[in-house]
Design a protein around this ligand. Structure first.
Ligand code: GRG
Length: 300
């Protein structure tokens, strides 16, 4: 029996993530034109679950990292990539969305060209943020390179960007299970997995533990995107803070392939896989267990 409360944990984590993000955004604002600065602030500081930095910080502590807050500057580098991806994903040339996190998307308030520039500025900012955070964490030159490489690989054409290409190309196509899994592992899974790996690496965890976190991250990445399909098919714009759009954009989804119930079952099976990865790697972390369960239960 545990008295662990995920909602208090997440709230406390957000209180540590937000100032670290504010610090990066304030620095960036001083480097760019005012219109781009405003779009960056809109895209980065406008809410969101902050799941990626929370996973990173949680993995760090679960694998031997200190509880003193030193991890957050690294953790927010993941959120910079995530924020840019949402800003660009919402653009008219991609998913053409006008609502996100319960308010107008960045391009609706700041224009398409400014949003494109603001998003792009966040990519090198994220890499630089990871490198300077690694220096403060005293990871050494090789450790710093490894962290930045993991982040950029997850963000790149073998990861999130490549997944987004597949997603755009797949609109109007009936993707089979293998193709859909590959797309999800890249588009959504790669950055979630990197969040765990960065945290564990920063804590100087053993290769075996890093591998356990990688397997956990890979499994929750898939579970997360399947749960997202379920949410898109079952929830209103009011609840989601964005307009459900999979059907309108004619996207292949787990719900389309397997139906609602089986999609939920499969997401649950990936969560079991994630929990087993932690157990087999000897990682005892109630917060990681609860976060995995939360990922599939957020539609309830
Ligand atoms: C130019 C092809 C090309 C790509 C640019 C746009 C882009 C890169 C990538 C898009 C990746 C993307 C939108 C993946 C979806 C990931 C996902 C499920 C996001 C929702 O994450 P949450 O629920 O969001 O964590 P919050 O709002 O809580 O932060």
């Amino acid at each position: 029996m545990t008295d662990f409360s995920l909602s208090s944990y997440v709230e406390a984590e957000k209180l540590r993530v937000e100032p670290a993000l504010e610090c990066v955004v304030a620095r960036l604002e001083a480097e760019v034109d005012a219109d781009v600065a405003a779009a960056i602030r809109h895209g980065v500081m406008g809410g969101g679950k902050r799941l990626r930095p929370i996973l990173c910080a949680t993995a760090y502590r679960a694998t031997g990292g200190a509880a003193d807050g030193a991890i957050y500057p690294l953790a927010v580098s993941l959120e910079l990539i995530h924020a840019y991806s949402l800003m660009h994903d919402d653009l008219p040339c991609m998913d053409n969305a006008e609502l996100r996190r319960g308010r107008p998307t960045t391009h609706v308030d700041h224009g398409e060209d400014v949003t494109a520039r603001a998003g792009v500025a966040l990519i090198p900012a994220a890499a630089l943020q990871a490198l300077s955070a690694a220096e403060h964490l005293e990871c050494g030159p090789e450790g710093a390179i490894e962290l930045a490489r993991d982040l950029m690989e997850a963000a790149g054409s073998g990861g999130m960007v490549g997944g987004q290409w597949l997603d755009l190309e797949g609109e109007g196509e009936a993707l089979g299970p293998g193709d859909l899994n590959g797309l999800y592992r890249r588009k959504t899974g790669a950055l979630l997995m990197a969040s765990l790996v960065l945290g564990a690496r920063a804590a100087r965890a053993s290769d075996e533990v890093v591998e356990a976190l990688r397997r956990y991250g890979s499994a929750i990445g898939l579970a997360f995107q399947i749960a997202d399909d379920v949410l898109d098919a079952t929830q209103s714009a009011e609840t989601l803070g964005k307009r459900p759009s999979d059907a309108e954009l004619d996207k292949s989804t787990y719900v389309g392939l397997y139906g609602l119930e089986e999609a939920r079952n499969r997401a649950g099976a990936h969560v079991d896989e994630a929990l087993e990865a932690l157990r087999s790697g000897g990682v005892d972390a109630p917060a990681l267990n609860s976060l995995a369960l939360y990922i599939v239960e957020r539609d309830k």
